[in-house]
Design a protein around this ligand. Structure first.
Ligand code: KG4
Length: 308
């Protein structure tokens, strides 16, 4: 079974092909340079970029693969920026009409949930716990099947990746802040007394730590004092990642699950990966290229839905 996956929910345009659960083609056009220029995502600019990028990738793909061999066309239908999703949906449905192939609407977050199993779907065993941590999401799920995904906890304010990006920006680091903060993280510089950890059964919340760091930066600026960028960045990363780990441990105990997966851009964080490997469970972490938004996870979930 060959499934094409189209991902345009945010700023990156990604198109991939999955054959029997295995990645056989994937291409992503990132808008990092535009984002660096503006310091964040501007929906209208992202959508216009998708319009050109989907065509550019299709031209590349048709030289390498016989498009008539595609069985299904999967595309991200939610959640995301409305204008960006719209480009992907129209593109998928138009291609489906031309090739006479059915389309499959795929939830972006659910795509992330199954991304650690790309290339080895036979390893999926239900139920499992899944934590998705990205620029727009911080949610923990109990996954009973492709169609039965129960949300256990989600952020009441900022998503963790969004907080990484805002803190990174305030510290004068390159966008995206998550990658920049991770690069300069230094365990010996962590100030553990900065903010107490919340109770593990409470809702995720990242605005408190973000505001605390932003206030410290403002106070230093007002006093004309130098900001210790590495200390603040490391403290923020340590606190935020440990909140994720505490929650995973709590729900793992509550539901007695032996299998844990993580996904979303923040799942590529080095401290997160290190801490998760210490848990007493079987852990599935997406390969680096499947952690951030990608088309393969959309094609892969389309494949799993049809396999069922
Ligand atoms: O899943 P993703 O590519 O896009 C969506 O938000 O949907 O995630 C992007 C987010 C950004 O906020 C970025 O700062 C964060 O993932 N990120 C990281 C790391 N790499 C990407 N955060 C912490 N550590 C990283 N190594």
């Amino acid at each position: 079974m060959v499934v094409l996956g189209i991902e345009t929910s945010c700023d990156d345009t990604a198109i991939s092909l999955i054959e029997d659960g295995k990645d056989i083609y994937s291409k992503k056009i990132s808008s990092e340079s535009i984002l660096k220029r503006y310091g964040g995502i501007i929906p209208e600019i992202a959508a216009r970029k998708h319009e050109q990028a989907v065509v550019d990738i299709l031209i590349d793909l048709k030289d390498k693969f016989d498009l008539t061999k595609i069985d299904y066309i999967a595309y991200t239908n939610e959640p995301g920026l409305a204008v960006s999703l719209h480009v992907g949906k129209i593109f998928a449905n138009t291609l489906g009409l031309i090739l006479n192939k059915p389309t499959i609407a795929v939830n972006h977050i659910h795509g992330h949930i199954f991304s650690p199993f790309i290339n080895h779907h036979e390893d999926i065993s239900y139920p499992f716990l899944s934590l998705i941590a990205s620029g727009g999401t911080t949610s923990l799920f109990l996954v009973n099947s492709v169609d039965d995904i129960q949300i256990l906890n989600e952020t009441g304010d900022d998503a963790i990746g969004e907080s990484f990006d805002k803190v990174g920006r305030a510290l004068g680091l390159d966008y995206p802040g998550g990658i920049s903060i991770d690069k300069i993280y230094d365990e010996t510089k962590v100030n553990k007394s900065l903010l107490p950890f919340p109770k593990p059964n409470q809702q995720f919340s990242f605005s408190g730590i973000k505001t605390k760091i932003l206030n410290l930066i403002n106070q230093s600026n007002m006093k004309n004092q130098q900001v210790d960028v590495i200390e603040l960045a490391s403290t923020f990363q340590y606190w935020s990642i440990n909140v994720l780990i505490d929650k995973i441990k709590y729900y793992q105990n509550e539901y007695d699950t032996k299998l844990i997966t993580i996904g979303g851009g923040v799942s590529s964080n080095s401290l997160f990966r290190k801490e998760i490997s210490k848990l007493n469970s079987k852990n599935y972490i997406p390969e680096q290229q499947y952690s951030c938004d990608n088309g393969t996870m959309i094609a892969f979930l389309g494949f799993l839905k049809k396999l069922r």
